[in-house]
Design a protein around this ligand. Structure first.
Ligand SMILES: NC(=O)c1ccc[n+]([C@@H]2O[C@H](COP(=O)([O-])OP(=O)(O)OC[C@H]3O[C@@H](n4cnc5c(N)ncnc54)[C@H](O)[C@@H]3O)[C@@H](O)[C@H]2O)c1
Length: 357
């Protein structure tokens, strides 16, 4: 969207689509700011819409298409299964609404292109909920890396160990777009990018890891930066039940950073210090603003609201979501073919917008 200096005083009128697991935390995000008002909610579950409408005074709709018919809605929050992101987002943008989409932006880079192009044509904000970018210990760690506290970052290790697969549509690759890497794994890819920048090439191995599954349940991904630095993602669904490990370790030539995990803390898997820095021969705990996983989702929501009302680029724009989808697609392509896949190959022709140019 074209940047503007205008700062709007009245609240953004939001329609919330999808009130499932993450939609509940989006709702909390809108309720946490007086810069937004939830005017309509949509979910196929009448129970969920009645509860949300009761809390907010919003109009209750069933299908997301019914919500788009409400002229009062000027921004749409899409917290739907992955295969519905494209249709709901395109329709919202084409009817002149700003959109925040949950991760991953789309099922393919081509889908992302269509959404980015629709936002450009409509001159509307398209933001992606890469919530862990807003997690306060992650923000502090990225600031430390950028300020040179670890020297040159050479190796970032990002873990994802979950005890048991998510149920429902996430088990169906046609709806989810893939397996573990495409679902919860997205957070690892965008955090690797936050810390290390865009990789030049991706190499991966994946496995279904358990009988009866259609998509991968374990995988190792090497993101190569072309200057001797790497990020490595290891992910599996076969941790013991009740565990959730999403630790990040950053090794630089002058220091180390240890992040105990965003959802790991929220799920009660760890109570270790959220952020530690090894420098000058010792580990030290670095204090970050108190925040949990839900708080990071709510912060992503507030950034979207502020971006629309203040006429600025969101912290995570459609173009960012597109690069992250390309990174995961490159990992799948590498796992399928056994070859090292350059990111540029997956990105193909870049869609140019004022924000991404
Ligand atoms: N950022 C995070 O940490 C995080 C965590 C969980 C999920 N997610 C993402 O959020 C999105 C939703 O995942 P979820 O776990 O909340 O799923 P979910 O299944 O819990 O909720 C999805 C909701 O969408 C509703 N829905 C389906 N079709 C609809 C339609 N046509 N119209 C209106 N409502 C419809 C369903 O009834 C359901 O309540 C996905 O993109 C997922 O990857 C992100």
């Amino acid at each position: 969207m074209a940047e503007s200096t205008a700062r709007r005083a009245d609240p953004l009128r939001v329609g919330l689509v999808g009130l499932g697991e993450v939609g509940q935390h989006h709702l909390r995000g809108y309720l946490s700011t007086d810069r937004a008002r939830v005017v309509a909610v949509a979910d196929l579950s009448a129970e969920l819409t009645a509860a949300a409408a009761g809390r907010t005074g919003a109009r209750a709709c069933s299908h997301w298409m019914d919500l788009l018919a409400d002229a009062d809605v000027e921004a749409v929050d899409v917290s739907l299964p992955h295969d519905l992101h494209l249709a709901a987002t395109l329709a919202a943008l084409e009817s002149g609404r700003h959109v925040l989409v949950e991760k991953p932006l789309g099922l393919t880079v081509g889908e992302c292109d269509r959404m980015i192009e629709a936002a450009r044509r409509a001159d509307r904000v398209l933001a992606v909920s890469h919530n862990q970018v807003f997690f306060a210990p992650h923000v502090a760690a990225v600031d430390l890396v950028r300020s040179g506290a670890v020297g040159r970052p050479m190796m970032t290790r990002l873990r994802l160990g979950i005890g048991g697969r998510y149920p429902g549509w996430r088990l169906d690759p046609a709806q989810a777009g893939g397996g573990l890497l495409y679902d919860a794994g997205v957070h690892r890819f965008y955090m690797a990018r936050e810390i290390m920048g865009d990789p030049v090439a991706v190499t991966a191995r994946t496995d279904v890891a358990a009988p009866g599954l259609e998509s991968e349940g374990s995988g190792v991904v090497v993101l190569e930066h072309g200057d001797g630095s790497f990020a490595v993602i290891d992910a599996n669904y076969l941790n013991p039940s009740g565990t959730f490990d999403d630790r990040i370790e950053i090794a630089g030539d002058a220091g180390l950073i240890d992040l105990a995990g965003c959802e790991a803390a929220f799920e009660g898997f760890t109570n270790e210090p959220a952020l530690r820095l090894w420098a000058d021969g010792a580990w030290q705990v670095v204090e970050a603003a108190p925040m949990d996983w839900s708080g990071s989702v709510q912060a992503a929501v507030r950034d979207f609201v502020d971006a629309v009302l203040d006429g600025r680029r969101p912290r995570v724009a459609g173009e960012d979501g597109r690069v992250v989808v390309a990174m995961i697609q490159a990992a799948y392509e590498s796992a399928r073919t056994g070859r090292r896949v350059e990111l540029a190959e997956m990105l193909g022709t870049r869609v140019t917008t004022e924000a991404g140019a």
